[in-house]
Design a protein. Sequence first.
Length: 135
Amino acid sequence: MALTLEIVTPEARVYSDTVDTVVVPTLTGEIGILPGHIPLLTQVVSGELRLMKDGKEQFLVVGKGFAQIESDKVSILAEHAITEEKIDEKAVEQAMQRAQTELTASAHLDPTEQEILHELVRFAGIQLELKRRKH
């Protein structure tokens, strides 16, 4: 028995496939999901999403959002998501540096803009951590 995993952002469908298991980062910690999981709606936090498919572990980085689990379907709607192989280390470093520079000059930013920049820095940091750990 398999799970159907779908990860969608405002820009694109980032992942859609059947998997054996998935581990999702949530506000209360990681949640492991197997086929037949009880129905659940939970908030997703920026972090590493792990999945097993055909005995191989794969990684994605997701931003904050929501996950809905119904029987054998896991749907994740996130602000950002990227598969491990699409992470461009240099581009992520540059984006992180721009966001950090803007945060240091944050006197002109309202709290919402500051939170968006903090979230971008977190998302970039998780991507770099994953990419560097795998090399």
